[in-house]
Design a protein around this ligand. Structure first.
Ligand code: HPA
Ligand code: ZN
Length: 346
């Protein structure tokens, strides 16, 4: 295992910003900045219930997940054409590249769009073209994960899966997002079983606001390979042991947790405890346009608030590559780049 150099507190933010990393938990609709929301509304001839960008930003005061989701789905309603989806993802990739993101796995919520009459083809083609260009022009590798909205029915998830099958080659995995409490993973057991048969990689949001029991059923019933958020697992010692033993990655999103009041402040965040318990945690931005920061803001603010050091930074970055859905040889190439970036701090 790589010997991590000791890095002073003063140089730690620079290390965090420079280190290569993968982002595994980004809802691409959550990267829509207010400026782009207004630009797309104008391009599509849509009126917004906010006077300007500042008024929209002022509405970003959330008390819990649902208070955010209401505004997030309203923001996504400006996306109409394939070019809109391309432009949204392109803006994210440009920003991610600045933060040292070498690989990103993007969640998208097709049901938010198909319910408004936007076709699956429009959504996937726009996002896929942005992924191809991100690799060619920015050197960022990218994969797409389609999420089912858990506040809707399993029948609707099956219909969404059917609509996505013509684009099977562009979608690496299936996820589960939206309002968690009252919509446990086991509501989607059959559709996830079908997705597994079809060869999709599987993930699910669980234990963001919901109880550890939802993490258990995401693992045991949905048979997911990664848990998105999962921070409520801290309240269940047996679950922590299972996550550590089976190396089930958690895609943790510190600024999201802060903005949605999962923790009162970043100093209370349990990221360090999860890492110290041997869990393959990663740091991610979730919905960066809404939660006040992209990857490097998540890293630097969290490290400023918690007793975390260069070894934690290395683990988080290494975990992000190892937990990704790229093949092992590609992971090793990224990890070599990671090691080289740490060598410069020795
Ligand atoms: N949780 C659940 N659903 C979501 C989120 C989240 O953090 N972001 C976008 N959809
Ligand atoms: Zn999320």
């Amino acid at each position: 295992m790589f010997k991590v150099p000791a890095v002073s507190a003063e140089r730690l933010p620079e290390l965090l910003r420079r280190m290569p990393k993968a982002e595994l938990h980004i809802h691409i609709e959550g990267s829509l900045e207010p400026e782009l929301i207004f630009a797309l509304a104008q391009r599509n001839g849509l009126a917004l219930p906010y006077a300007d960008v500042e008024a929209l930003r002022r509405a970003y005061a959330f008390t819990n997940l649902q208070s955010f989701l209401d505004i997030y789905y309203a923001g996504a309603s400006v996306l109409i054409t394939e070019q809109d989806f391309y432009d949204m993802a392109r803006a994210y990739f440009v920003r991610a590249a600045q933060d040292g993101v070498l690989h990103a796995e993007l969640f998208f919520d097709p049901q938010t769009h198909t319910a408004r009459g936007v076709s699956m083809a429009t959504v996937v083609k726009g996002l896929h073209r942005a992924c191809v260009d991100a690799q060619a022009e920015l050197g960022v590798s990218a994969l797409l994960i389609m999420c089912f909205l858990r506040h809707l029915s399993e029948e609707e998830a099956f219909a969404t899966l059917e609509q996505a099958l013509p684009f099977r080659e562009h979608i690496v995995g299936i996820g589960l997002d939206s309002g968690e409490v009252g919509n446990p993973p086991e509501k989607f057991t059959r559709v996830f079983a079908r997705c597994r048969q079809l060869g999709f990689r599987l993930v699910a949001h669980a234990g963001e606001e919901g109880p550890p029991a939802y993490v258990w059923t995401a693992l045991n019933e949905l048979k997911v390979e990664r848990i998105d958020h999962g921070v409520q697992s801290m309240h269940d010692a047996a679950l922590l042991q299972r996550l550590a033993q089976d190396r089930i990655p958690l895609t943790v999103c510190p600024l999201s947790n802060l903005k949605l009041c999962v923790y009162p402040d970043l100093a209370s965040h349990t990221l360090g405890q999860l890492l110290d318990a041997g869990i393959a945690a990663t740091v991610n931005s979730d919905d960066p346009a809404y939660f006040g920061g992209y990857m490097n803001e998540n890293f630097t603010q969290t490290f400023a608030a918690l007793p975390l050091n260069a070894t934690h930074a290395y683990l988080l970055a290494r975990n992000s590559f190892e937990a990704s859905f790229i093949d092992k040889s590609a992971q090793q190439i990224f990890i070599k780049q990671l090691d080289e970036s740490f060598e410069k701090f020795r």
